[in-house]
Design a protein around this ligand. Structure first.
Ligand code: NDP
Length: 252
């Protein structure tokens, strides 16, 4: 990170939920932020505008992280608008309706892995190409948003989602070791149950209301609580932390 310049962060799926909370905190902390969205154009542009009105630097950028051409184009646009990124948060993710593995068709599995896994691989590739000190970059930090489901397995519900997040954990530990000598740290944050709209898209709109008693801390988490952990991992306070998967789950 060069002195006197704002650190430059790209957050995928940054217009809503956990991604938007990360964008807001990062802008407050002085990052110039690229806010990626797929469908939430209004939310993304409104968020960028509110950051600009408060004197920050932000812009909204549409791209499907599962589409290689979109990802390559998005990183080039970030280069042009903000400069070479120093931080990436792979946050974009989906969950499908509750189902048993015996009911899961290939198209569901392909969409799940294309978004949650391939999207994170493609964005990480583009980030590493720019950050690596071996290719003239100045280093950087990648944070992958995983889930404690990667270890719980989500039986009878979302085994496909859990398996995609397990792949994210392996991407995190493998890539961290691969690029540690190139000035890049890679970590994962693994949320438990967080109050966002993702539960409605998984067919469980009441999950947030009902989940409290099964969580040791006694309540679900907020997007801001996840964002706080992400901002810490992005910061130099975590300078010796790489390859880690850190739970933000209320002890679940
Ligand atoms: P939301 O449903 O609120 O947000 C999902 C985000 O992902 C949206 O911003 C959406 O963009 C984006 N997105 C989805 N597909 C694509 C794509 N192909 N390309 C670009 N962006 C895409 O969910 P959360 O905020 O809860 O989830 C954020 C992350 O946190 C996910 O990875 C999720 O798996 C993880 N997580 C969430 C937990 C929870 O309890 N909430 C628990 C554990 C992990 P758009 O709206 O523009 O379409």
């Amino acid at each position: 990170m060069s002195r006197g310049r704002k650190p430059i962060l790209l957050v995928t799926g940054g217009a809503r939920g956990i991604g938007a909370a990360i964008v807001r905190l990062a802008a407050k902390a002085g990052y110039a932020v690229a806010i990626n969205y797929l469908h939430a154009a209004n939310e993304a542009h409104a968020l960028a505008q509110s950051i600009q009105q408060q004197g920050g630097l932000a812009f909204a950028i549409q791209a499907d992280v599962s589409n290689e051409e979109d990802v390559v184009k998005m990183f080039k646009e970030v280069d042009q608008h903000l400069g070479t990124i120093t931080a990436l948060v792979n946050n974009a993710g989906i969950v499908d309706q509750k189902a048993r593995v015996s009911e899961m068709h290939l198209d569901r599995l392909q969409k799940m892995f294309a978004t949650n896994v391939f999207g994170s691989f493609l964005c990480s590739r583009e980030a590493v190409l720019r950050m690596s000190t071996q290719s003239g970059g100045h280093g950087g930090v990648i944070v992958n948003i995983s889930s404690i489901a990667s270890r719980l397995g989500s039986p009878g519900q979302y085994v496909d989602y859990a398996a995609s997040k397990a792949a994210i954990d392996t991407l995190t530990t493998g890539l961290a070791k691969e690029v540690a000598s190139e000035g890049i740290r890679v970590n994962a944050i693994s949320p438990g149950i967080i109050d966002t709209e993702i539960h409605a898209s998984g067919g469980e709109p009441d999950r947030v209301k009902e989940a409290g008693p099964m969580i040791p801390i006694g309540r679900v988490g907020t997007a801001e609580e996840v964002a706080n952990a992400v901002l810490w991992v992005l910061s130099d306070k975590a300078s010796y932390v790489t390859g880690a998967c850190i739970d933000v789950s209320g002890g679940r």
